[in-house]
Design a protein around this ligand. Structure first.
Ligand code: ZN
Length: 215
């Protein structure tokens, strides 16, 4: 039976790429039946920006809204998945060319990161595709509430954090670390549920796409 959804979350495991300097993701046995414990239990080590995750304004804005203040509205609802092709730096000309409908409020960028499976495995790659600061301003001007990308950052590696700041100062939620490899471009319903961490600038999330009713 074909599932009624597309899972666009990265699996978390030893092969998950992590940002340079991050402790990365580890899952260690905390209790083990094989060792005489009553149950199996796992101890996780990860930072809030591990794998598929969301960024709230507080990530780059000192007193910006945290995840709890942001709520779930940006993360659940109509979304467009668009094919960016092989471009690495995503700017306004490329985004204009998408002819996104005026009512669009959420946008997921399917880039070469998804096309090439090595981007979803360690080691971390610096040559991922992402949004330029001008592209971020385009997102704000378009009135989007969420922008998503298929690698660990919405911003090009080594850039000053201008892309993040433009988006987060305008209150645009960011969804990073998506797997869009098997997603036909088009309109979907996004269901992305970040962990309800308090006072958090980010949180890991599970994200799925549901086909639009009637399509
Ligand atoms: Zn992040």
């Amino acid at each position: 039976v074909k599932p009624s959804y597309i899972d666009i979350s990265w699996p978390l495991g030893p092969d998950t790429p992590s940002w340079p300097g991050s402790p990365g993701f580890t899952a260690a046995s905390h209790l083990a039946i094989g060792d005489g414990d009553l149950a199996n239990a796992t101890l996780l080590t990860m930072d809030a920006h591990t794998g598929t995750h969301v960024d709230a304004p507080r990530h780059f804005v000192a007193k910006g809204a945290d995840l709890e203040t942001l709520g779930l509205d940006p993360f659940v609802g109509d979304v467009y998945v668009v094919d960016i092709g092989t471009s690495r730096a995503i700017g306004p000309a490329l985004l204009d060319g998408l002819a996104l409908p005026d009512q669009a409020r959420r946008l997921l960028l399917q880039t070469a990161n998804s096309a090439e499976s090595h981007f979803r495995r360690a080691p971390f790659r610096q040559d991922y595709a992402a949004l330029t600061p001008e592209g971020a301003q385009w997102v704000v001007d378009k009135g989007l509430v969420l922008i998503g990308i298929d690698y660990l950052s919405i911003e090009l590696y080594g850039d000053a954090p201008t892309t993040h700041r433009i988006l987060l100062e305008a209150g645009v939620a960011i969804l990073e670390g998506l797997d869009l490899a098997d997603v036909p471009p088009g309109e979907y319903t996004l269901v992305c549920l970040p962990l309800r961490l308090l006072n958090a600038e980010a949180a890991p999330a599970r994200a799925i796409l549901l086909p639009k009713q009637g399509s």
